[in-house]
Design a protein around this ligand. Structure first.
Ligand SMILES: [Zn+2]
Length: 252
């Protein structure tokens, strides 16, 4: 799963002439993960959920190993650059270490993204059931509990409107909106819920950025559910789901 990027010649060539920080930046701008295994055709939704929680725990352990490798490889690049400056090793030996480092950076990024995405989807699967049991909000109705902030905006939101909110965020905060899921993903399919017209944003609803983002959505009449708490076993669960509440997928 990491091979396409690692093999991308243009990417490598670009990366090798950049300093480390820029290399990381380029690496992080690319990639598209999904790692968790699970099969929704076996067992009921709670079986799937349990399996995914187990898979998530394994991926977290792997992530920690990958991060450790990345740190070591970064140190190696710096060490070789110094040796090269002192005339002790060739440019090729630096390049070799840089290649290994870039591969490690990509691997960490992919795994980190997969972990966050699954974590958020698990939170929605668990708390989303609770949302569906709550009384529906009137149009433009807003409600806030210890777990959730909900807004039933009147706008006809669809994923086509996503660029507008992304633009708002980038212009206001000078970085990309941290979108973890745009529409339906494999993870949602496995968990059995319909996320085709929703996007998830890894912002804590009670953070300064999260609050500003929520204000923007309310002003624009865009419906959302802000999940304020992680479910047990999750750690990055708090996030903002932009769009209508997710129903269960109808299975045929
Ligand atoms: Zn969502």
């Amino acid at each position: 799963m990491f091979s396409e990027l690692a093999k991308s010649r243009r990417f490598l060539i670009a990366a090798l002439v950049l300093p480390l920080a820029a290399v990381i930046f380029v690496a992080l701008r690319q990639s598209h993960p999904v790692n968790i295994t699970g099969n929704s055709s076996q067992g009921g939704p709670s079986d799937v959920l349990t399996k995914m929680q187990e898979a998530l725990a394994k991926d977290r352990a792997l992530l920690s190993n990958y991060e450790h490798d990345q740190t070591k490889l970064r140190a190696e690049v710096i060490r070789r650059r110094k040796l090269h400056q002192d005339g002790q090793i060739s440019q090729d030996q630096i390049k070799e270490a840089e290649r290994d480092y870039i591969t490690a950076v990509n691997r960490v990024y992919e795994m980190r993204h997969a972990v966050v995405e699954t974590d958020i989807a698990i939170t929605e699967a668990v708390l989303g059931e609770k949302v569906l049991r709550m009384p529906e909000l009137p149009v433009n109705g807003y409600s806030e509990t210890a777990d959730l902030k909900r807004f039933n905006g009147a706008s006809k939101w669809s994923l086509k409107d996503a660029p507008q909110v992304e633009r708002y965020f980038a212009q206001t905060f000078g970085r990309d909106l941290p979108v973890t899921a745009m529409g339906q993903s494999d993870t949602h399919n496995r968990l059995g819920f319909d996320h085709h017209d929703s996007m998830d944003v890894a912002l804590h609803p009670d953070s300064a950025e999260g609050k500003a983002f929520i204000d923007h959505l309310r002003k624009a009449g865009i419906p959302f559910i802000a999940f304020r708490k992680a479910v047990p076993g999750a750690s990055t669960g708090p996030h903002i789901h932009v769009g209508r509440p997710s129903g269960r997928l109808v299975r045929h």
